[in-house]
Structure formats: C-alpha cells, structure tokens
Write a protein that binds this ligand. Structure first.
Ligand code: AP5
Length: 208
C-alpha cells in the first residue's frame, strides 16, 4: 500500500523544508495546503480571494473548504506516496481525513510532530525569504539567498501575524497531538536541530 504521512507542527517548524527533501530523495508527492492556497491567491481565483483574507490575518480557512481541496488532490493521486504538510490542522479536519483515507483504500502510516519553541519559530519566520520565481525558500541568517536572486517576504511572516498564527496553532492544531497519540501514529522529532539532522531523524522514524 502507498504511504501517507502527515507533517504536524507550528508554523516555521521546517515542515516544507523537510517535505521537499523527501520529495527529492524518495519521490514523495508533497501536498502543502499553504502552497495550494498561495498559488490560488497569486492566480486571483475565487478560492484565492477567499483565502487571502484568512491568511493575511493568520487565521485558518473553514474546514469544509480545505477538506474539499484535499479530497480532490488525493483522488488525483491514487498511486503516490504522499506527505500532507499543513493538513490536518483541526480535529474536524483530522476526522475527515480518517474517513477520506478509508474511502480511498489508504491508511495513515505516521504523523511526524515537529517539536520546536515559539521563540525559535519567530526567529525562523521573520528571517524567511522566498524566491517568487522558483518558490525556493531561504533564510537570511541560516540559508541566505544568492546575491542575484530577488527574494520576497510572505505577508504572513510579519511579526504580528506570526504571533497570531502561533496562537491559532496552540488553540486549534495542538489538540491533534493527543488525537494521533491515541491512534499510536505520533512520532516526535526535534525540529530545532539543523535541517540535515532533522532529516536524519525523519528518515529513521519512517524507516527509509
Ligand atoms: P502554511 O503555508 O501551511 O504555513 P505554516 O504551517 O504556518 O507553515 P510554514 O510554511 O510557515 O512553515 P514550515 O513549517 O513549512 O517551515 P519552512 O520549511 O518554510 O499555511 C499558511 C496559511 O494558510 C495558514 O495560516 C492558513 O491561513 C492557511 N491554511 C493552510 N493550511 C490550512 C488548513 N489545513 N486549514 C485551514 N487553513 C489553512 O521553514 C521556515 C524557515 O526556517 C525557512 O526560512 C527555512 O529556510 C528555515 N529552516 C527550516 N528548517 C530549518 C532548520 N532545521 N534550521 C534552521 N532554519 C530552518
């Protein structure tokens, strides 16, 4: 059976960074709800117009909308090994995912919790920069962009919005830790380490 992995953790924990590494090394398909929504915003679609308001304020979009997006994606990829990055983010989304996977004849193999302090999250997100042409993610301190690349800062990486996103994570998403512990699917990695060390922990947990 094809693998389905969930990356769970606060904003800026390095979920996207690690998902891209696993995509390159093992061919996982990286489904990031944040990336899907940002693409919709940049294309100015109906979804993008709705999403922008929530994202700029650091709030979550309504569950139904996000669940519909994931359902469509998963149906398109029956044979892929998948990393879900940024979904689920509420207990409602997690329950919907369980039902959806069952309907599609898949099962959730593991949930990787990226463990990191709020202080480190703020440091990482306020320094994050993106190359809008390639989507490549940099950090002004830890992984500076080359001089000839014009990078931008995400609207929701401004300090006030980061704080709001963290508070949303603690109130709405962190209950998923208990949810997946109860299913015996939760594996915790120390996300404060270097990208290489975090990657080693994840590949060891997933027995890759
Ligand atoms: P989304 O894009 O999913 O944001 P997020 O979960 O807040 O995650 P980020 O992309 O900010 O962080 P990351 O963990 O991927 O870190 P990264 O690897 O970039 O969601 C955005 C918005 O969309 C939400 O606020 C919400 O509005 C909406 N949304 C999305 N999903 C939703 C859902 N399911 N339901 C409802 N609404 C939803 O790394 C961060 C920085 O640190 C980078 O600069 C990187 O270079 C650096 N870095 C990474 N790893 C390390 C390391 N080990 N050491 C040092 N630096 C590192």
């Amino acid at each position: 059976m094809k693998k389905t992995i969930v990356f769970l953790g606060p904003p800026g924990a390095g979920k996207g960074t690690q998902a891209e590494k696993l995509k390159k090394a093992y061919g996982f398909v990286h489904i990031s709800t944040g990336d899907i929504l940002r693409e919709a915003v940049s294309k100015g679609t109906q979804l993008g117009k709705i999403a922008k308001k929530y994202m700029d304020e650091g709030k979550l979009l309504p569950d139904d909308l996000i669940i519909g997006i994931i359902e469509e994606k998963l149906k398109e990829l029956p044979d892929a090994n998948i990393i879900l990055d940024g979904f689920p983010r509420t207990v409602g989304q997690a329950e919907a995912l369980d039902k959806l996977l069952e309907k599609l004849g898949r099962k959730l193999d593991a949930v990787i919790l990226f463990d990191i302090s709020d202080q480190e999250v703020i440091r990482r997100l306020s320094g994050r920069r993106i190359d809008p042409k390639t989507g490549k993610v940099y950090h002004i301190e830890f992984n500076p962009p080359p001089k000839d690349v014009d990078v931008i800062q995400r609207e929701d990486d401004k300090e006030e919005v980061i704080k709001k996103r963290l508070s949303v994570y603690h109130s709405q998403t962190s209950p998923l830790i208990e949810y997946y512990k109860n299913q015996n699917k939760l594996f915790v990695v120390d996300a404060s380490k270097s990208p290489e060390d975090v990657y080693k922990e994840i590949t060891s947990v997933l027995k890759l």
